[in-house]
Design a protein around this ligand. Structure first.
Ligand SMILES: [Zn+2]
Ligand SMILES: [Zn+2]
Ligand SMILES: [Zn+2]
Length: 133
């Protein structure tokens, strides 16, 4: 019961990227490095490496929209990401069939957190039941 509530609360308080599963404002950047456009795979364009450098970011600066750090990939749905095919705004360009490889939520980071929460509750439970005996 406690465990379930703990995880639910955590999810509600975080804004997670739909394709890499990371918390957008805390992760360095998106883990998904390519995008498929009309069936062809393109490397994504990291924040700060756009063709037209309108507002080049400083080192350590985060994207105003998705929170990625300069030099890392934008998270899903960011309005700043450049389309690697037509070099327009990926969200608004005319390219069709834009698809990302969604990463399964079994990344090391995800497992690590899940494991830690389980351990914490297991330890608390063991202490409780030991006290009862
Ligand atoms: Zn992401
Ligand atoms: Zn962004
Ligand atoms: Zn495009």
């Amino acid at each position: 019961m406690i465990l379930i509530n703990h995880i639910r609360m955590g999810e509600e308080n975080m804004v997670k990227c739909k394709i890499c599963g990371l918390e957008m404002l805390k992760a360095d950047g998106c883990k998904v490095s390519t995008v498929f456009i009309s069936g062809k795979e393109y490397p994504r364009i990291p924040f700060g490496e756009e063709t037209e450098q309108v507002y080049p970011p400083d080192d350590g600066e985060r994207c105003h929209d998705c929170g990625t750090l300069a030099g890392h990939y934008h998270h899903y749905g960011c309005d700043w990401e450049e389309c690697p095919s037509c070099h327009g705004q990926l969200l608004g360009c005319a390219c069709e069939d834009v698809e990302f490889n969604e990463l399964e939520p079994d990344t090391d980071q995800f497992l690590e957190v899940a494991h830690r929460i389980l351990q914490e509750h297991k330890t608390a439970f063991e202490q409780l039941s030991m006290g009862g005996n």
